[in-house]
Design a protein around this ligand. Structure first.
Ligand code: C5P
Length: 424
């Protein structure tokens, strides 16, 4: 089982909008929730419609807006009970003091208050009102009742209000509300992944990107690796429930959600960091980095001046990171990558053996449509002999999809017991 945490797939949010000037902010809120991947349906009270039209929300949510409880036509489509069942979360923003009072008292005289009683989904309210009305004893009493009833209250902010007052009662910005909703679903998904994900309770360390080998204080030797495959793998491993540490060479990529990132520059730094992480306890080590094979023997202390027509720079071999980790006593499950232009299978098998890996994923970089800077990849995966697992061809797909399939391959190898395998 795996979970993509970059978007929230197929989660349904009902945004309830009540009468208040903050209703204009709800248009942006609906937009942001849609951007985050939620299915959104909007329910508006009569008061809300005095501030902003249902048509705005219909356009933004891509769904008809629900306004009436006793509308036979609307009930024939998605009635209030179906709507209540459809929701994974009901967010009332803005929530007027009138609506809070209705919820607290259990009234059901319009669609939104009926929905509140009829849903088993979590209900969040973002109250927005004049500071005096917020401070009123009745409002505070109602809020206390709602909290007691399990409603999550998003506290209003303090500041200048549309009515000219200054104080508590402003609805938080829509981006902030959307962030809190997204966060809630991410956390819920993460909790499931940590329990049931393919890599649940594993610590995965991934090297990614190029290394940079200094020549002098301003120059270096490097390569064109973008780090995309390693970063996609980090996201996929995290989504599969693992704790993930990404050792990244210099790349311009955002750190995937939930992943710990340690930036390094040279191969020696990458190895040192890998060894430290091994001490922390590492279950799976994935080497996607394009490590420079050589580094400059003696890095010049000062910028090398232009002089003769030729310049000789002596290079020495860099340590092989993945092979070094594979030799350690506390050796994790080792995954390597191979980029080849010919005899792909033969070279891959050779590397698997020579570097003492458990699994190797290799691609044919002579193909112009995949590999290095491309967003897509195609690979063949080989397992060490002891696993008795046949090779796997991963057809051309996005690096995210390939990463997902690699996670499955790692999981299968970790859980494969050759003794149970009749065929061998
Ligand atoms: O030998 P080659 O560079 O083709 O091997 C590629 C694999 O070995 C990749 O997994 C790469 O990250 C890893 N590697 C390494 N340290 C090196 C060279 C390669 O970890 N110095």
């Amino acid at each position: 089982m795996s979970f993509d945490l970059s978007v929230i797939p197929n989660k349904n949010i009902i945004v309830g909008i009540t009468g208040g000037i903050a209703a204009y902010k709800s248009a942006i809120l609906v937009r942001r929730l849609k951007d985050a991947g939620f299915n959104v349906r909007v329910v508006m009270t009569e008061g809300a419609q005095a501030f902003i039209t249902p048509l705005t929300f219909q356009a933004l949510s891509g769904n008809p807006v629900h306004t009436q409880l006793l509308d036979p036509e609307a009930e024939a489509g998605m009635g209030h009970i179906e709507l209540a069942r459809w929701a994974d979360l009901v967010l009332i923003a803005p929530a007027s003091c009138d609506t809070l009072a209705k919820f607290a008292a259990g009234l059901a005289d319009d669609l939104l208050s009926t929905l509140y009683l009829a849903t088993s989904a979590p209900v969040w309210v973002a109250p927005a009102m004049n500071q005096q009305m917020w401070a009123a004893k009745a409002t505070q009493r109602n809020l206390a009742t709602l909290v007691d009833d399990g409603v999550h209250v998003i506290m209003p902010e303090s500041g200048s209000q549309a009515c000219g007052d200054v104080g508590l009662g402003r609805m938080p910005e829509p981006e902030e509300l959307a962030r809190q909703v997204t966060d809630y679903f991410h956390k819920a998904q993460r909790a499931i992944a940590e329990k049931f994900g393919l890599l649940a309770s594993k610590h995965v360390v991934i090297t990614a990107g190029p290394t940079r080998e200094a020549i002098d204080p301003v120059r270096y030797i490097s390569n064109h690796s973008t780090g995309k495959m390693g970063f996609a793998l980090a996201a996929a491993c995290y989504a599969a429930g693992a704790k993930v540490t990404l050792i990244a060479g210099p790349v311009s990529l955002d750190t995937p959600n939930g992943v710990r990132r340690i930036n390094v520059s040279s191969a020696v730094q990458m190895l040192d960091t890998s060894m430290q992480l091994l001490d922390e306890g590492c279950d799976v080590f994935i080497a996607t980095a394009a490590v420079a094979d050589y580094r400059v023997a003696e890095v010049a202390e000062h910028k090398i001046k232009k002089s003769g027509d030729e310049l000789d720079i002596a290079l020495i071999k860099n340590p092989d990171i993945v092979a070094t980790i594979a030799q350690q006593d506390k050796r994790p499950f080792m995954v390597g990558f191979a980029a080849e232009t010919r005899n792909v299978e033969e070279y891959a098998a050779g590397k698997l053996e020579a570097k003492k890996l458990d699994m190797i994923a290799c691609n044919d970089v002579s193909r112009a449509d995949i590999g290095f800077a491309s967003d897509e990849n195609a690979m063949t995966v080989f397992f060490a002999e002891g696993y008795h697992l046949p090779k796997r061809d991963l057809e051309k797909a996005s690096k995210q999809e390939i990463a997902q399939q690699l996670v499955e391959a790692i999981h299968d190898a970790l859980h494969h017991d050759p003794a149970q395998d009749e065929a061998f």
